[in-house]
Design a protein around this ligand. Structure first.
Ligand code: NAP
Length: 254
């Protein structure tokens, strides 16, 4: 049995320029896939990621995933360039504080709009656009990058927790809706991962306490999340459809 072989598979990763998206892009390329990676603001990081990927034909596309028209244009451009789409990874995300007891009402609304717009609406719209092509071509996989925060709560970033809980529900609903089309949908739910997003927390005074949340005494490496994403996207994992895979070093057990 061949596992984790993505030879000739066509992959789109949102937010693929840095962090988990970057590690996932490299892992797919190492497994033989052709990868389109989306970025928003950091073209330099996107270029460096492309350069770090083995194989040919990888490319980067700028798009703000919170804008529905941009998402549609992104998916259309990728499908046209690659001749189809086998795997969509909804990875783009933001995480920033907006505590209910220390934010103005305006700040609160802006935080919810931005977080839900990128983390949940972006994924919903990319899934819709990708699914139209996957249905026509007879199959595909969608993997969503969720978070432990969906279950554990995010007291300082409540919109983030809500966006990821919504993303889990989206994954499960689409798993049911799309299985008859041979499209399989899953999610990974990491705890803290050593990326730019988590750096202010991991380098801050709570850093050691965060690492000790796991009995391993550390947080995840981006490559460990990429491994879970490839697992869910692999041909052999079809029957995991609808699952949310915890990758948190036993820091939170549900
Ligand atoms: P990161 O290092 O901050 O990278 C975020 C990525 O998202 C970048 O590629 C960024 O692109 C992209 N992005 C942000 N806003 C975007 C937008 N509007 N449109 C398109 N792309 C956008 O974050 P990360 O830690 O790798 O996180 C990746 C995913 O894992 C997120 O969904 C996050 O919620 C989830 N996650 C992370 C952790 C953690 O501890 N790090 C834990 C659980 C879940 P540009 O750089 O080009 O702007």
């Amino acid at each position: 049995m061949k596992t984790m072989d993505f030879t000739n598979q066509r992959i789109l990763i949102t937010g693929g320029s840095r962090g988990i998206g970057r590690a996932t892009a490299i892992a797919f390329a190492e497994a033989g896939a052709r990868v389109a990676l989306n970025f928003h603001s950091d073209k330099q990081a996107a270029t460096e990621t492309i350069e770090a990927m083995p194989g040919l034909g990888h490319f980067a596309v700028r798009a703000d995933i919170s804008q529905p028209e941009s998402v549609q244009q992104l998916v259309e451009a990728v499908v046209q360039e690659m001749g189809g789409l086998d795997v969509l990874v909804n990875n783009a995300g933001v995480f920033f504080p907006h505590p209910v007891d220390r934010s103005s009402y305006t700040e609160w609304q802006q935080a919810w709009e931005k977080t839900i717009g990128i983390n949940l609406m972006g994924a919903a719209n990319a899934s819709y656009c990708a699914a139209q092509h996957m249905i026509k071509q007879g199959g595909g996989r969608i993997v969503n990058v969720s978070s432990r925060g969906a279950y554990r709560g995010e007291p300082e970033q409540p919109a983030y927790g809500a966006s990821k809980a919504g993303l889990n529900a989206l994954s499960q609903s689409l798993a049911q809706a799309l299985a008859p089309h041979h499209i399989f949908v899953g999610a990974v739910a990491p705890g803290f991962v050593a990326t730019d997003m988590a750096k202010p927390w991991l380098d801050g005074e709570q850093g050691e306490a965060i690492r000790q949340q796991s009995p391993t005494g550390r947080v995840a490496k981006p490559e460990e999340i990429a491994h879970g994403i490839l697992f869910l996207a692999s041909e052999e994992s079809q029957f995991t459809t609808g699952c949310v895979l915890d990758i948190n070093g036993a820091s939170y057990l549900r």
